[in-house]
Design a protein around this ligand. Sequence first.
Ligand code: G3H
Length: 492
Amino acid sequence: PIHQRAYLLNGEMKQWDGPVSEVYSPVCVPDEQGELQRQLVGSYPVTGPQQALEALDAAYAAYNNGRGEWPQMAVADRIACMETFVGKMLEQKKLVVNLIMWEIGKNLADATKEFDRTVTYIYDTIDTLKTMDRNSSRFRIEEGIIGQIRRSPLGVVLAMGPFNYPLNETYTTLIPAILMGNTILFKTPKHGSLLHYPLLEAFRTSFPKGVVNSLYGRGADVIPPVMQSGKVNVLTLIGSSRVADQLQRQHPKLNRLRSIMSLDAKNAAIILPDADLDVAVKECLLGTLSFNGQRCTAIKIIWVHRSVADQFLSKFNPEVSKLKPGMPWDAGVQITPLPEPGKPDYLTECIRDAEASGATVVNEGGGQVSASLFKPAVVYPVQEGMKLYREEQFGPVIPIVPFDDVEEFIDYLITDDHGMQASIFGTDSNAIAQLIDPLVNLVSRVNINAQCQRGPDTFPFTGRKDSAEGTLSVEDALRSFSIRSAVATKDT
Ligand code: G3H
């Protein structure tokens, strides 16, 4: 086990001898009595409001109203610091990938992909920053005025990432925010916290003091004082819409707070009567069940035309039941233990609720297997009024809704609180074309004959309604964490 007893504050690894939180893996191993028990992975500091305010002061002082070393540093020098950081990050790859597997149960292939994708994201961000508009040359704006457009940082950024991509999603906000000259406090997720520990030293030795500060402890204790201080200029959260609402309201001048967030989603796929069902099955399998369906971009409900529903299910269900459950590090394992302790009970409750209104689990073996392992369940026919119809289940349960008219699907998206992504499966290009326009105005990305997903990371990543605020992607993120400012000189 790794027992973390220090955190990054103002350029120092600050020692901690206060309370700690133990981290238990979703991976269960039998004890002497043969009972399955979650394994202890380690522990980390539970710091309080005082430490949170110290971290805020450090970030605030390092920014120093834009007069700090970091916000004033030349972009090329900031990039050099980031390149140093990535070099040091790569040295920690094995340990970080191991911790991703142990802390959140992600399988080896996906944990490795998460690390590699993050490194690629950092290099892509650096390359984009080198070429995107930064400080323009001076030019004549109009008769008598010479102008220059600059790209300037925003100030202090509070960043929070989710458990499902604890490294990647945290860094896809942290890294562009740092590169644009902001100073940072970042809070690690409850599940997926320890894996950040080996990287704190890399931050410490790559950037000037106070540029990056870590926050630990209960969110309810450490975040409110930071938000209420009014010193946070940007709130960036990849997490739940409920938490986002709570946090934003804590800022004393809400209209001065920039928020860049990716939140809840209920991405829907529609299978049209003429769809190639083999393609639909393959993409929906990946879309619904990669990392056990614990992705904001996962397909969380499938609408299938009534005329092909039986045929679709007869192909889809065996593929779902075939997915191999097991330990994250074992080769070929696709279904792994769930990190959130209450999740299996919640998923079971969703299934019971659907059963009470006439739906059933239609694939073999779907349901809870042990304290943290849940084999994927396909539930059919799902309809309005069931929990699975509207709630974001964020786990391996797949609601299937039969439909007769595509207008039913469009109405569903209109009346839903979310608006991240949708997928259309079909072969009639006219029918698809007629759906794209209404859909792209209801969600932020429409996938044709393909699963919903964030990648490639150069694509805009956002959502409508409760699903997001602001846009991420390599380039959009650099823009989101900066402002276009100007200098205008009277030509005398
Ligand atoms: O949970 C949200 C992630 O950004 C999803 O990324 O669609 O590439 O798996 P992905």
